[in-house]
Design a protein around this ligand. Structure first.
Ligand code: HEC
Ligand code: HEC
Ligand SMILES: [Ca+2]
Ligand SMILES: [Ca+2]
Ligand SMILES: [Ca+2]
Length: 460
């Protein structure tokens, strides 16, 4: 049926209920209904393996076409030049396509024992900052480690990951294990610079990001409380990062430390660093400055229109709606979520700004469960590598929408920036720093309450 008609009928019905409001106020609880629509009008109801990969349902025909062009580019596998299709890979790279890390538009994971890095990468830098206040590139390695290279070139280094398990106990004496990762770089093509800092990161999901980009900057800044003036133990700090196109520092929103201001720049940087694909925003190969660097061609590896199409694709990926949001157990879990102060950082809902030229993302009430701000998460989660205003202990609150579908889409339940958590509950038990209260609250819960909290997260 024509969707506008459905909306129209719903509007008429609301009017009828309004007339009747003095007798039956319960029927007007708008909140409960909206909560199922995680991405506002751009919500899709698919609980299967493609749940993260749908275009906005209300996208005009011409926009839907650009989305499709971007979809193909996101999946395209790059190869070594010269080739007719998608040449320009490398010389240094982490992976050959966007989709090989953001599998099913979802998240990556750390390698298993003996495996190579496939859907994660390692950021590197040395103490100090670059000209724009960002991470100081490590001499010979830049801002990111590429563990792969085309034939005839040397990868920067190989990565070895090992874990050490430690057992802890909930207040009811039930044990749980956390695995502590440690990363070592081996076979580096030159000796590692002294004091090089590493930040391992898995690929986060990429749906719903156009809606997050549409949240007004003031809305996010208003949630910040850098010096914790209200004394609730939770600060929340904006990351002001370098915006290449605007040529100034602006609010960062994307990446595990909110180090990127826009989806276009995030995509352009990914092409350049992750795949060795030069583009108008980042025209220099990541191997620049290395002895093995040579100028292959003055031309960009991809056209401006391909980059814009991929940025648009990411901007217009819909959000999966809630499942089982109203079962008694999920509702109990939801109130535990609030009592444990999870919602102080994972802020349930927010409204996007008015945007007359892009009505699909304009003025939508969405439920991303994030404030997009940085929080000190304690020493155990720290990467000790600053990124603009984010210090080594700080991470951006990740959105929780869709987390319950991770296993269905990606076949694993690895969470947090480096995928160290193997379940949602482990992810919570890693929380420290500003979130120590929340973690301790969960530690004291009885098993049925812990389960209810997890059921709630699984319904998101
Ligand atoms: C080697 C794996 C890898 C490849 C290939 C890759 N990404 Fe990513 N992507 C990541 C990681 C890791 C992050 C988090 C980066 C950070 O924290 O700064 C990320 C972050 C993102 C984000 C921000 C997500 C968020 O929630 O903030 C977007 C958007 C994105 N990538 C798009 C792309 C696009 C488009 C491509 C292809 C041009 C691509 N990625 C290729 C690993 C990858
Ligand atoms: C002080 C802010 C804060 C509070 C309070 C908080 N979180 Fe988080 N949460 C974060 C940050 C930041 C991360 C990312 C940390 C990382 O990746 O190392 C995170 C990660 C997560 C993740 C993993 C998400 C992903 O994409 O990998 C889950 C699940 C989660 N939190 C649930 C909760 C629950 C449930 C509570 C309450 C018991 C809670 N959080 C309280 C800030 C917070
Ligand atoms: Ca290239
Ligand atoms: Ca590098
Ligand atoms: Ca506060």
């Amino acid at each position: 049926m024509n969707k506008k008609w459905v909306a129209g009928i719903a509007f008429l019905l609301t009017g009828i209920i309004l007339v009747d409001a003095c007798r039956k106020p319960e029927e007007l609880v708008e909140e409960d209904h909206n909560e199922w629509l995680t991405g506002g009008s751009q919500t899709v109801f698919d609980r299967g393996a493609s749940a993260f990969g749908h275009a906005f349902p209300f996208l005009s025909a011409d926009k839907a076409r650009v989305h499709e062009v971007g979809d193909l580019a996101f999946e395209a596998t790059f190869v070594t030049a010269p080739a007719r299709l998608n040449p320009g890979l490398g010389p240094l790279y982490n992976s050959v396509s966007c989709a090989s890390c953001h599998i099913g538009d979802g998240r990556g994971k750390p390698p298993g024992p003996g495996e190579a890095l496939l859907s994660m990468l390692i950021r590197v830098s040395v103490p100090g900052t670059d000209a724009h206040g960002g991470p100081n590139p490590a001499p010979g390695f830049g801002g990111q480690l590429q563990q792969r290279a085309i034939v005839g070139k040397q990868p920067e280094a190989q990565v070895q990951l090992s874990y050490q398990e430690q057992t802890y106990y909930f207040a009811d004496q039930t044990p749980y294990q956390l695995r502590y990762p440690s990363y070592a770089l081996v076979n580096s093509y030159i000796p590692l610079p002294a004091g090089m800092m590493l930040s391992p990161r898995v690929a986060p999901p990429v749906f719903g990001l156009g809606l997050l980009e549409a949240i007004p900057e003031q809305t996010i800044l208003a949630m910040a409380d850098e010096n914790d003036r209200d004394g609730d133990g939770i600060s929340g700090k904006a990351n002001m990062v370098w915006d290449v196109q605007a040529n100034r520092r602006t609010l960062g929103r994307f990446g595990w430390k909110a180090g990127q201001p826009t989806l276009l720049q995030q995509s352009a940087a990914a092409y350049n660093e992750d795949m060795g694909i030069t583009n108008f925003m980042f025209p220099q190969e990541s191997s620049y400055g290395q002895a093995q660097h040579e100028l292959l061609s003055q031309e960009m590896d991809i056209s401006d229109s391909v980059l814009h199409a991929v940025g648009f694709y990411i901007r217009t990926l819909a959000v999966p709606g809630r499942r089982n949001a109203n079962t008694p157990e999920v509702l109990r879990g939801k109130s535990i979520f609030t009592q444990a102060k999870c919602a102080s950082c994972h802020v349930p809902s927010v409204r996007t700004g008015v945007n007359v030229s892009f009505p699909e993302i304009s003025n939508q009430k969405i439920f991303p469960y994030t404030d997009l701000l940085l929080h000190d998460m304690g020493d155990e989660l720290a990467d000790h590598r600053p990124e603009f205003d984010a210090n080594g202990n700080e991470w951006r609150t990740p959105p929780l929408w869709g987390v319950g579908l991770t296993r269905t889409v990606n076949g694993h339940n690895n969470f947090l920036h480096d995928g160290r958590a193997r379940t949602l509950l482990e992810a919570i038990m890693w929380h420290g720093g500003e979130a120590a209260y929340s973690r301790d609250y969960v530690k004291k819960l009885a098993k049925p309450d812990r389960d209810a909290l997890i059921r709630f997260l699984e319904s998101l």
